[in-house]
Design a protein around this ligand. Structure first.
Ligand code: NAP
Length: 308
């Protein structure tokens, strides 16, 4: 009996590596800070990120203030341009055009979602690809697909960086990506299949119309879960030694927290972690890497490292 508990205990403690996104993001912020300090001391222009925020959506306000705070921490300049919901598409496009031509600004993000009367795709496409540090412009997406230097959108870039820093082997592995959104699932599947590291995976993309999802997922060496359904992936759906990247964030009511809610990932950590070799927690996994990736893209923009 004791022996059984001992082995279960050891398996739980030793068998998997927790991918610490919070610590990794903090380390990257320090690295960026050092580079910015060097730029400042050398009298070079420091990176400048501009964000346009339309309306008063609570989540968008939180994201933008998080980005502002992150800019301050690493010594970037940041500008937030706020508009009421009543702004017209034309006025917004004019502002984007003005920022495109402003040499003092290196990167521009337009916080989504935008009000219904504004065509989001039109706005995204109006941003100069050289300043599109969110990596949403079709030029950057296209360049990423064919393997040219490009701004890679923040969440996929953050996941690649975690894989790199934890030296997770990807070559020849079967990776199953659950979700096919333009901001996570689709770019992740392309990036993991590219001829590079991290990459060289055989990738299967699953979505809401996938049949036999359980059987497919059970064959995965690497799983990227990005569907937004709390605790969707359970222990019985994964094979031993799997690498699990949990992108999902679902906020559910909880009577155990002060705030009255708790964040859940797409992965049932309790049952999946003991079978994993590497796993990201929620919170503290992919989430903290997202803003840091935006900072890295802005630094690349300031150094004109993507578009020479
Ligand atoms: P999304 O646009 O809603 O896409 C969800 C995808 O999951 C869709 O492709 C959908 O399939 C698929 N899906 C839904 N239910 C499914 C099911 N039962 N089985 C298989 N596939 C299913 O979401 P997203 O923007 O990619 O975000 C996904 C999750 O990641 C969300 O929880 C979001 O909050 C989180 N997220 C986290 C970060 C971060 O920084 N950590 C960043 C971005 C997103 P269809 O295409 O067929 O509809």
């Amino acid at each position: 009996m004791f022996e059984k508990f001992f082995y279960v205990f050891i398996k739980y403690i030793v068998m998997y590596t927790l991918i610490d996104g919070k610590a990794t993001a903090a380390a990257i912020r320090r690295e960026i800070r050092e580079e910015v300090d060097y730029m400042r001391h050398s009298h070079e222009k420091v990176p400048h990120l501009a964000a346009i925020l339309v309306g008063h959506d609570g989540a968008s306000e939180t994201y933008v203030s998080g980005k502002e705070k992150a800019c301050r921490e690493v010594g970037f300049e940041s500008t937030v341009i706020r508009y009421e919901n009543t702004i017209t598409e034309e006025e917004l496009l004019e502002k984007v055009d003005q920022i495109n031509r402003d040499a003092s600004i290196d990167g521009l993000i337009v916080q989504l979602p935008l009000p219904e009367h504004i065509d989001e795709q039109k706005v995204i496409e109006s941003i100069d690809p050289k300043k599109d540090v969110d990596g949403f412009h079709p030029v950057n997406v296209g360049r990423m697909v064919i393997g040219l230097p490009a701004y890679i959108s923040a969440t996929p870039a953050g996941i690649l960086e975690l894989i790199r820093r934890y030296q997770i082997k990807t070559e020849g592995k079967h990776c199953v990506v659950i979700g096919r959104s333009n901001i996570v699932g689709k770019p992740m599947s392309i990036l993991l299949a590219r001829k590079d590291y991290p990459g060289n995976c055989t990738v299967t993309v699953c979505h809401s119309r996938t049949r036999n999802l359980k059987e497919i997922v059970r064959q995965a060496d690497i799983i990227v879960a990005a569907l937004g359904k709390a605790k969707f992936l359970t222990g019985d759906m994964v094979q031993e030694g799997v690498v699990v990247i949990d992108v999902g964030i679902t906020r559910l009511p909880s009577d155990k927290t002060k705030s009255g809610w708790k964040l859940w990932g797409d992965v049932d950590f309790e049952t999946v972690a003991p079978k994993s070799s590497f796993i990201t927690p929620v919170p503290g996994g992919v989430g903290p890497m997202t803003i840091v990736s935006l900072l890295r893209n802005t630094l690349l923009a300031a150094k004109q490292a993507i578009y020479k």
